[in-house]
Design a protein around this ligand. Structure first.
Ligand code: GUN
Length: 635
């Protein structure tokens, strides 16, 4: 088995961009493998490569059944047969066996055949689990599929084994199958048994299947969705963690004179012009395409359809880079009622998905309507607010006239706050947020259509507020404490920042910048997202405030030596980690004796870290052996 090499290059929640190394080259994900039928190739390999194909999938069962193809493949390999020297995946005939019940080879035979013809990714003969199977029948498919993976001899070192996750529509079975397959020698995990759901646009059922498969599978192995190549659903599937798709839809739709677009398919007869991105644009008019012979038209439309799929994937990759995939899915969901139904199902999983979201995003948060209240970042905020509220004291609720996103609260508020003992909240969309978080992501980094539901909360008139003569608290100190509570857990702020903490402000923006204790810099508050970057002194205090394993990444002692000099932490040197680490948050890098060696930013969430062996896990800002911080209170 070749070492699985799936290196992340970007992430946005569960969605990721990665480089997946196969014996015949690297596949950049997310992507789709066009299905090639070796008996009836519709498009040339170069044409498909020209619209974005990097790798293909073909069927070893079809090759083996035809004497001519089999002989050629056995003699010169599948790459020569297809005429492509890059990555090729082969399927096993499961689908044919399921539909026609006529597969005459055993699992071992078909896997050995795929290896022999040089397939980069070979698929076992899994058992297809239909959506309408009984639980018992679906469980049999899961167990038998695992037994078939287990019977493959280990150490076959020139193909990556694909181990399909089955289990019909049963969440417990998808979980079981994902766990079993992840524990096996499979280096590649396709989600199977979903074609009937895709064909019937049952995207909501697919949401359950993908989430329950993905979250219980190894995060370091690529997840494939068998047959999921319609551009409409790609972005949702990627949002939920699918990396690779395959599809013959580009030909199937073309055969029916249908054209694919990012939001659905349209009959050729109902189209008047071609979009500029289409490879057919400028070459043919719609009328000329309509007038073509059947075969030429199928070819032309297939190319257009494949380009539509790759266009959508390019958009998705870019969205991951910009960290705006959720917004894209949110707006796309409105393009079709079936997608919207699926989106609503995704929102039911928001609290679970929240655990995979970064501390903050590069992008501004878009608030559209009440459905935005159910998105992961709003859930994260409202959970914090719920824990934060003290029923004993009546809150002061500030309305739009005192604060709105993008504008700091007015000066009178600070003074009112400091002369009152009551908790202050701002009305933020349909939620109440502690005033202290008004510059923290996504509270301020938002573009909003406005909250639309009356929450029943009464805005407190400030001029009627009873204020004490003397200042009873300091807003700046409270602000840094509450941000710390939000970033590191309730109660941390007071331990990190005692009463004699001093804050300094940026000369440019007037906002809090440095947080000092006894002239030592503990942290800086970032202008772009309102969270802290910790210094070594701050990290030591965080470590004292939060007992192990909180916020810790425990590294091998060899690695500790490097990290203490400021070098990044690699996954392979991690011994253990706090499972509740938030991706993008500050982490304490410690050795096996819980001694601090460095502080940095975790690339992944605590749940994902343990699955990875290659790449950078923590971007270290500072090691304990590096010099002291230069910034001073008077800077
Ligand atoms: N093609 C479409 N669905 C499936 C599946 O469940 N298993 C395999 N091996 N191939 C498929």
């Amino acid at each position: 088995m070749p070492e699985i090499n799936f290196e992340l290059t970007g992430k946005d929640g569960l969605a990721r961009t990665a480089k997946f190394k196969t014996p015949h080259g690297i596949i950049e994900t997310p992507t789709i493998l066009p299905v090639i039928n070796p008996n009836i190739p519709t498009l040339g390999i170069n044409e498909m490569v020209s619209v974005g194909a990097q790798a293909f999938i073909t069927n070893s069962y079809i090759i083996r059944r035809s004497e001519n193809l089999r002989e050629k493949a056995e003699r010169n390999g599948v790459h020569s047969l297809i005429g492509f020297d890059g990555p090729i995946m082969t399927d096993s005939g499961t689908f044919q066996s399921h539909v026609y019940s006529d597969v005459e080879y055993t699992n071992l035979e078909i896997v050995e055949f795929q290896r022999k013809i040089g397939s980069d990714i070979s698929t076992i003969l899994d058992i297809f689990s239909e959506p309408d199977f009984s639980h018992e029948k679906a469980e049999y498919a899961v167990n038998e599929t695992f037994a078939r993976m287990s019977e493959i001899p280990h150490g076959v070192n020139d193909t990556i084994l694909a181990g399909p996750i089955q289990g019909s529509v049963y969440n417990d079975l998808r979980k079981k199958s994902a766990e079993l397959m992840s524990s096996s020698q499979a280096g590649y995990l396709p989600i199977g048994g979903v074609v009937p759901l895709l064909e019937n646009y049952r995207y909501d059922a697919l949401v359950d299947i993908i989430i329950n498969s993905k979250l219980n599978a190894s995060f370091s192995k690529p997840i494939h969705l068998f047959g999921g190549g319609h551009p409409m659903f790609l972005s949702m599937a990627v949002l939920l963690g699918v990396d690779i798709f395959d599809s013959a839809s580009y030909v199937k739709y073309a055969r029916d004179d249908r054209m694919l677009f990012s939001d659905g398919s349209k009959e050729l007869s109902r189209i008047s012009t071609l979009p500029r991105w289409s490879p057919l644009y400028g070459k043919f008019t719609v009328k000329e395409i309509k007038d073509m012979g059947v075969e030429d038209r199928k070819k032309a439309l297939s190319l257009h359809n494949l380009a539509a799929i790759f266009n959508e994937l390019q958009e998705i990759r870019e969205r991951i880079f910009q960290q705006t995939l959720w917004q894209y899915v949110e707006s796309k969901a409105r393009s079709h009622p079936y997608l919207f139904r699926a989106y609503k199902r995704i929102l039911e999983y928001s609290e679970i998905l929240e655990k995979y979201e970064d501390l903050s995003k590069k992008s501004t948060f878009f608030y559209f309507d009440r459905y935005s209240d159910q998105t992961p970042y709003v859930k994260r905020l409202s959970k914090f607010t719920g824990d934060f509220s003290t029923p004993a004291k009546e809150p002061v609720i500030l309305g739009d006239e005192h604060w709105h996103p993008g504008r700091p609260h007015d000066k009178g508020i600070k003074s009112a706050y400091e002369h009152s003992g009551r908790p202050f909240f701002i009305k933020w969309q349909n939620t109440l947020i502690p005033l202290e978080l008004d510059e923290t992501y996504p509270v301020e980094q938002i573009i909003t259509a406005g909250g639309e539901l009356p929450s029943g909360d009464i805005i407190t008139p400030l001029n009627g507020l009873q204020l004490s003569e003397s200042k009873i608290r300091d807003f700046d100190i409270d602000r840094v404490r509450v941000v710390a509570d939000y970033q590191f857990g309730p109660g941390t702020g007071a331990k990190l920042f005692p009463d004699n903490t001093v804050v300094t402000r940026s000369r440019n923006t007037g906002r809090i910048r440095g947080i000092f204790l006894n002239s030592e810099l503990l942290a800086t508050l970032r202008a772009h997202d309102g969270f802290f970057t910790m210094t070594i002194a701050g990290a030591r205090k965080l470590k004292d405030a939060c007992p192990a394993p909180s916020h810790r990444i425990v590294v091998t002692d060899d690695s500790a030596e490097f990290n203490s000099k400021g070098f990044n932490v690699f996954f392979k040197f991690i011994r253990s980690n706090d499972e509740s680490i938030i991706a993008g948050n500050e982490v304490l890098v410690v050795d096996s004796g819980d001694n601090l060696v460095a502080v940095g930013k975790s690339v992944l969430s605590g749940k994902e870290i343990k699955h990875f062996r290659s790449g950078v896990a923590v971007k270290v800002h500072k090691g304990v052996l590096q010099g002291e911080e230069k910034e001073t209170e008077s800077d």
